[in-house]
Design a protein around this ligand. Structure first.
Ligand SMILES: [Zn+2]
Length: 140
């Protein structure tokens, strides 16, 4: 298998492992941010993130150097449900933008872009540029 494809698939597998570790039920994977009730506010907890079943607080948010509402909404927006959807989309994109052995696409070129690594695959690697194994030559 191509090294870029193999490395990128490993990053997506790692993202999925992390998202599933933060998930306790498929029905609870969508999170939302809410302002804390008054009694929690007096304890310094002004916003919290709750799961879709509204029976489990994911986290109280009390950042020291940032806006608590902004941080809570960011955490909720990047819930396991969205992360898993993004992983699936990236896997589909990578399945379409991969090296091909068919001569019509030139040896090892992407069937859509006719080169390898193609710009689409290169851009996908930039998401994980801070992880071990990323190569500078993969940058677009
Ligand atoms: Zn391509």
């Amino acid at each position: 298998m191509d090294e870029l494809v193999e490395w990128l698939r490993a990053q997506l597998d790692e993202d999925e492992r992390i998202a599933r570790a933060a998930s306790w039920a498929d029905d609870a994977n969508a999170w939302h941010a809410e302002p804390s009730p008054f009694n929690a506010r007096s304890a310094g907890q002004r916003w919290y993130v709750e799961d879709a079943m509204e029976d489990g607080v994911v986290s109280h948010v009390d950042p020291r150097a940032s806006d608590d509402e902004g941080v809570a909404r960011h955490i909720a927006e990047w819930d396991p449900a969205r992360v898993l959807r993004e992983i699936n989309a990236k896997r589909q994109i990578l399945d379409e933008h991969r090296p091909s052995d068919l001569a019509v696409y030139r040896p090892h070129g992407c069937p859509l872009c006719h080169t390898w690594p193609c710009p689409t695959a290169r851009w996908l690697t930039t998401v994980y540029a801070d992880r071990p194994g990323h190569r500078e030559e993969w940058r677009p």
